[in-house]
Design a protein around this ligand. Structure first.
Ligand code: PLP
Length: 545
């Protein structure tokens, strides 16, 4: 029987004189990844079946050496996106700053656990420094917060805080039956799931209809509040949108707040709802808040881009009156997954989030006493997000983040210009305050031959063709599809394509990238006409609600 013993060289020495081993191991693993050193947007991958694959999965009887394990591990990366590729245009996925990756690696090397000071050293202090600094962007000078595993958890913390605010006894007794959560119809699909996980039930989340710019329609909001109050319901939370990946759904935060304030005064309510802004995307705009007119003109030279950034920042200004907001630095903060923060205006969140027997007081803020596990979802908790956020925010600063957003918009304009030069391709989301590009393709060559083909079936077959090709490792644009796109809330839904410019250093490659898209369209059309590709009904996954 082959024997494998764990040897000393597998560990960091106590004197820490062999860190190079880690770098070498990382390089060794990277070399095993197939088809790197190219510009393909995905590591190549074959199709596979879960059930069949899992039949072969056992704990190995004996261990094998590093190189063999890394070879097998490299398969894990197959089919995953390479955000460093200029052809990676699938979604808001950044290529993280190397400094952030170095920092997160260090928290893992030293196995930092941010559950409490006694384990994590100053990790929780840094977590609070970050959340205080971000809170100050919107004028909060007593903010606290929680580093967490994604934007969905920022919503979970917000809605849990809301339930606890309106029904403090719920922390020990369970949730009352009369609570509802109101949000914008364009809000992220996970809000219902969060309500479900928290025990409210997905049906207690009510979406409010919106105006042409996807901000909540105040009249509809009022109507829903009156209806719910008449039914004997209590409004636990208002979750406003602070930007979304498509259409940049963003509420006019002051307008919503004032509307709710007025209705609650008029109806003599004895409570007031908890307000959260889902700004996991919009937080980046907070870096522009408080600029003078002259500074706006200096920092954002292009008037079109300035108009968009300014409008979004204005809509979110009312966040200072809210109770909390969310931040996803793994989306537009140049950090790796997961770097998210729930930011609370005050330290009340700590008491609202715990199970109700503990009360946070002065002593908890002394070094050595902070115990995050009392209010966090996790017990043991990585410090990767804390390290990454600290590095990114200090490497960039406010002006760095301002420049980053301006450059994303600039890149988007370059792409837009190239796309508009293609015949049969039209950009349809020019009013969005975000930098995403949504477009349609006419597939005229196909429709000339087969006028009875359903345009949406052609679109779905096309995207599948593109995805199959990128899975083979081809250097072609990896774009996405929006099965039910609407420019305005009142529009008819149509199928469209999504191109998300994220990699800043593709500024001089946009022409090349879009000409490859044109080739893909041509190639696809020829294959359909020749019968090599068959258009058939395909079901695309729709967001779950
Ligand atoms: C991405 C997103 C979420 C969910 O965030 P994760 O980091 O994927 O958990 C929630 N709300 C909005 C507006 C988002 O864009």
């Amino acid at each position: 029987m082959k024997k494998n013993t764990i040897v000393e060289k597998e560990f960091l020495h106590p004197q820490e004189d062999n860190l190079e081993t880690l770098l070498n191991k990382t390089a060794l693993l990277q070399k095993q990844l197939k088809a790197n050193n190219h510009l393909n947007p995905k590591f190549p991958s074959d199709t596979f079946l879960y059930k069949k694959e899992l039949e072969k999965s056992y704990m190995p009887e004996t261990g094998i050496n590093t190189e063999e394990v890394f070879t097998s591990l490299s398969e894990m990366f197959e089919g995953s996106i390479r955000p460093q590729s200029p052809y990676s245009l699938f979604n808001m996925v950044p290529s993280p700053l190397l400094d952030t990756v170095a920092a997160t690696t260090m928290t893992q090397l030293y196995n930092s656990n941010s559950l409490m000071d006694a384990f994590g050293g100053k990790t929780i202090l840094f977590e609070q420094r970050i959340t205080r600094a971000i809170g100050r962007l919107v004028g909060w000078d007593q903010s606290y917060g929680i580093s967490c595993n994604g934007g969905k958890l920022t919503l979970l913390y917000a809605i849990k805080s809301a339930i606890s605010k309106i029904a403090p006894e719920s922390r020990r007794e369970g949730i009352p039956k009369d609570l509802v959560v109101l949000t914008n119809e364009g809000a992220h699909y996970c809000v219902e799931h969060v309500c479900s996980i928290l025990g409210l039930g997905a049906n207690q989340c009510i979406r409010i209809g919106t105006k042409e710019d996807w901000r909540m329609d105040i009249d509809k909001l009022k109507q829903v509040i009156y209806e719910q109050l008449a039914k004997g319901k209590r409004i636990a939370a208002i979750v406003c949108c602070g930007g979304t990946t498509i259409n940049f759904a963003c509420d006019d935060t002051n307008e919503v707040y004032q509307c709710v304030e007025q209705v609650f005064k008029e109806t003599n309510q004895t409570y007031f709802p908890y307000f959260h802004l889902d700004s996991v995307i919009g937080w980046l705009w907070f870096n522009f808040m408080g600029l003078s007119e002259k500074e706006w003109e200096q920092r954002v030279e292009n008037p079109e881009i300035r108009f968009k950034i300014k409008r979004a920042a204005q809509k979110m200004e009312g966040v200072s009156r809210f109770d909390s907001f969310g931040v996803d630095m793994h989306k537009n903060g140049l950090c790796p997954y997961s770097t998210s923060f729930f930011i609370s205006k005050t330290d009340e969140c700590f008491n609202r989030l715990n199970e109700g027997t503990y009360t946070y007081g002065e002593n908890d803020y002394e070094f050595g006493n902070f115990r995050a596990y009392r209010y966090t979802v996790e017990n043991s908790r990585p410090a990767t997000g804390i390290a990454a956020a600290w590095v990114a925010m200090n490497r960039l600063g406010k002006t760095g983040y301002q420049e980053y957003l301006v450059r994303l918009h600039t890149l988007s304009l370059l792409f837009k210009k190239e796309i508009e030069n293609l015949s049969g391709v039209s950009v349809i989301n020019t009013a969005s305050l975000g930098w995403e590009i949504v477009f349609t393709i006419s597939f005229n060559r196909i429709r000339l031959h087969y006028s009875d083909f359903d345009p949406s079936e052609i679109a779905k077959t096309f995207i599948q063709y593109c995805w199959n090709e990128t899975n083979k490792g081809r250097e072609i644009p990896l774009i996405s599809i929006v099965p039910e796109f609407k420019v305005n809330p009142e529009d008819r839904m149509k199928i469209a394509f999504l191109l998300y410019p994220m990699y800043l250093f593709s500024e001089d490659k946009t022409g090349e990238i879009i000409s490859k898209l044109a080739s893909c369209i041509y190639e696809f059309e020829m294959k359909v006409i020749s019968g090599e590709i068959v258009i058939e009904n395909r079901l695309l996954e729709k967001p779950i609600r």
